[in-house]
Design a protein around this ligand. Sequence first.
Ligand SMILES: [Fe+2]
Length: 187
Amino acid sequence: MHAATPPPADLADVIGPIERAVVADRVTGLARVLAQLEAAGAFAADLFPAASADHYQRRLIHRDPHDRFVVVGMTWEPGQASALHDHAGLWGAEIVVRGTMEETAFRLLDRDVEGRYKFRCQGEHLAPPSCVGILIPPLEYHSFRNVGTKTAHTVHVYGGAFEFCRAFSVDDAGWWRAARVDLSYDA
Ligand SMILES: [Fe+2]
């Protein structure tokens, strides 16, 4: 993990409303709060890490001192994508700030004795700026991709420290295998 870039002076204006929403009712009010912040231009470009040709970039914008939530900014070059992953049982709220993303949602159907998983794709949806998504376990499986022609910025709020997740890869027969991913920040 690298040292974080110093936060902007008005970061409290971003974190305050998010914290109040989480304290009031965890994820329920977050969609509205994130949309209001985005509409007000609160998610300035300097909140986000620089783009990289290697993979999408993650920056820790804020970690709640009581580990009730974290706020993460992500930067995606065109075509960059996450694997199908879970959220380690945490709720999540995500908003697209710049660019055009596509989210693919999956429903977990089965797990066999060998530890393989069966998912059903629930379909893709286009996520332009201001589009908010909420994931509440057990509906916590999805993937994200920048399908636009420009660099994309997204903000993610998770209901805990979110230090690891599971990423899934699929075989020719349609079974998925999980691998633990220890989550770190790029910048
Ligand atoms: Fe996710």
